[in-house]
Ligand binder design. Sequence first.
Ligand SMILES: *[C@@H]1O[C@H](CO)[C@@H](O)[C@H](O)[C@H]1NC(C)=O
Ligand SMILES: *[C@@H]1O[C@H](CO)[C@@H](O)[C@H](O)[C@H]1NC(C)=O
Length: 295
Amino acid sequence: MYITVGRHQWHAPRRLLGGGRTRSLALVLSLSVLSVLVFFVLLPSEWQDVVLPLHRQPAPRRMPVAQPLPPLPDRVPCYGPRRRLLSESPDDELRSAHLDIPYPVPFIGSYDELGLERTWMTPEDRYGPYGYGEEDDDYGRERVSWDAVNWARLQNSCFDRNEARFPAAARWFTNEPRFALRGDSRLPLVRTWDEFNATRRTAIVVRTYNGYRYKPEDMHNLRALVTEASLRTGGEYAVVLLVNIRGPESNVTRSREAYDEAFRKADIPPEFRSIAILWDESLLRSWYPKVEEYR
Ligand SMILES: *[C@@H]1O[C@H](CO)[C@@H](O)[C@H](O)[C@H]1NC(C)=O
Ligand SMILES: *[C@@H]1O[C@H](CO)[C@@H](O)[C@H](O)[C@H]1NC(C)=O
């Protein structure tokens, strides 16, 4: 750093100004103080009015911790995309091989502790049941007309076969429009966990959007997810495709016709239409008007 005095230039003593690190530190500190000040001066007035409701309302009822759920009864086998019970359909099964070669040491974890076998799979072994390699002559599995598969029907029939294992609160999945604008909803403003009875079923929500181009790998993965998480567990999980209809002019909640039209235009693969549910920005805007960014 230079200090100019008259016509003379002086090197300022480093001791006085501090080294590079001290100077950066001072700069960062003063900028932070400045931005905190600016933040409080410019804070939108509605933020300043926010009062945490902690001491106004009774405390929320806390979930009890560490309460192990009793195991569910034994799973009843379900039908898969080849219309056979998965327990009796070798073509729906993954394949694997024991090879007489050294197996890689896992970076973390233990095969023994988890009871995993040291087996090998090719991509065909892993995703063959879901269509990988089906265009090859030596596919070696029964082919499926995937467009004719109705994954919601398979998931629901699986739940029916297993219904006795679940509490009464467990339900079918349907892809009827289920979201309403805030003003039209019959739901109370605040709901808490203790208003619901356990269903012992879990939704796996896969998010996508209109116009998304489903690659073959996406199809194999989605089919694997539905089959292995839902159908092979006797309905302990249900896979749902949550489709974001993008664009500021979309309003799928306006009417059933608007919903159906957006559904038709959303390019959802036929086999997944039965598990697809739409939402759009107008819906979130009505529920969360102050968020201002919806994706
Ligand atoms: C929860 O289960 C209890 C007992 O079976 C029943 O009386 C109650 O109506 C259920 N509540 C809900 C929200 O389903
Ligand atoms: C969507 O349609 C509903 C019902 O007609 C209307 O109340 C709402 O304002 C619309 N939202 C937008 C963002 O157009």
